[in-house]
Design a protein around this ligand. Structure first.
Ligand SMILES: [Zn+2]
Length: 410
């Protein structure tokens, strides 16, 4: 067997057995970049030969010039002022996922208007409401509908299926609550208050109802156990036919679990200047949502644009893609980090799913208390001693680990 053939077989085997092999795109050469023959002590690292976001095998790692490979050209593990590479990120997310806060998603299910307080045409009320959710020392405010009003006749009930937002789990001794202000729009003479602005406690989990003389809002609180993070964007071609220079890039995203969706934009305002084959670390916590039901789908819809300012009509669309995940791979959380290589751009994103809280049987033995490892389903057999259902957490000291990781890095 010639040396070349032997090497080729070795590299094929390496590709198949790489710990981060699933993040290496089929078109990326392995090895991706060699240091050899410059293996001497004073040899410089060769210039980067591929886009900065590409994962592969780059020779020179762990204080060795040759023979050991790193997964991405640059990483915070080499230089402190850089971002972590995708492989490190994935490892960090997997290690921290059990420390994620048990954030709560709040939904408004339906709204009944008994009396719109509109004395003069007994017709349609133009209804809207403001809300403040208080939990864990934070306040989240919003409005339904996001714009305008919704028409109700007296006695109308509507399923509004509105995702009000995600709030941290309550602190011990401080229950969550909702402030509600329901209004009827009465242009031009000022809006009518519907009876009794309300402040009501919210459950940690489950259904709630704010019931007043004039209205009733039903909703529910669920664990937002699924997090979607947009990590890295590479713009391959900004579709800008007439300037060869920087593209003014922005991304619109919608994450949906089938019944609820979250939309956002990166950057939050303005654009990010990127030339062709430039890489940007987005570091966006795009969504915290309840996981879809077992037969449901998580979808991530991305639209990537190059803003064309006043020079052209409308912005250039670089991509419009939807990525879906099912329960077969735990809605993307099994692989954690995903690379999608499209014609105009490439994106790396991560999905983390907080494991369900441990529910076990607390039983006494001679050594003290012991938590049964098998989860208990159904009713608890209350017999001897004092068995109880124990819920692991909340962990008051834990922080929003992923969100912090995504936002705190330079
Ligand atoms: Zn790394």
């Amino acid at each position: 067997m010639s040396g070349t053939v032997f090497k080729a077989i070795l590299w094929k085997e390496l590709r198949e057995n790489l710990k981060w092999g699933d993040l290496v795109l089929p078109g990326t050469a392995v090895p991706t970049q060699n240091q050899a023959p410059n293996c001497g002590k004073d040899a410089d690292l060769p210039d980067r030969s591929v886009d900065a976001d590409l994962v592969g095998t780059f020779e020179g790692a762990n204080h060795n010039r040759c023979g050991i490979f790193r997964p991405q050209y640059d990483c915070r593990m080499r230089e402190n002022d850089l971002e972590f590479c995708s492989v490190c990120r994935r490892k960090i997310i997997r290690d921290l996922v059990t420390k994620l806060n048990d954030d709560r998603a709040v939904f408004f299910a339906n709204l009944l208007i008994r009396d719109d307080e509109d004395p003069w045409p007994r017709g349609n009320g133009e209804i809207y409401l403001h809300y403040d959710l208080h939990s864990g020392g934070q306040t989240l405010s919003g409005r339904w509908p996001a714009e305008g009003e919704s028409s109700f006749d007296d006695g109308d009930a509507k399923d509004i299926n509105f995702f009000a937002g995600v709030m941290p789990q309550p602190l011990p001794g401080e229950p969550s609550s909702i402030d509600l202000r329901v209004r009827e729009s009465d242009w031009p003479d000022g809006d009518d208050d519907l009876s009794s602005d309300a402040t009501e406690p919210l459950p940690v989990s489950g259904a709630f109802s704010v019931d007043r003389d004039d209205y009733r809002l039903n909703g529910n609180v669920e664990s937002a156990d699924l997090r979607v993070l947009l990590d890295v964007l590479n713009v391959k071609d900004d579709q800008d036919g007439f300037f060869t220079g920087d593209g003014d890039i922005y991304v619109e995203y919608t994450v949906s679990n089938g019944s609820q969706s979250v939309t956002g934009r990166w950057p939050a305002s303005d654009t990010h200047s990127m030339g062709d084959h430039d890489t940007a670390y987005m570091n966006v916590l795009a969504a915290s949502l309840p996981a879809p039901p077992a037969d449901g789908t998580l979808s991530i819809h991305l639209r990537v644009f190059d803003e064309d300012g006043f020079l052209a009509d409308g912005d250039d669309q670089i991509g419009d893609d939807t990525f879906t995940f099912s329960s077969a791979d735990d809605f993307g959380a099994t692989a954690t980090t995903h690379v999608r290589d499209l014609s105009g751009y490439r994106i790396t994103f991560s999905i983390a799913k907080r494991p369900p809280p441990v529910i076990g049987r607390l039983r006494t033995n001679q050594a003290g208390l012991e938590l049964a490892s098998a989860p208990i389903r159904g009713s608890l057999d209350v017999t001897r001693a004092a068995p109880a259902i124990v819920r692991a957490g909340p962990r008051p000291e834990s922080h929003r680990a992923l969100a912090r990781m995504q936002t705190a890095l330079p």
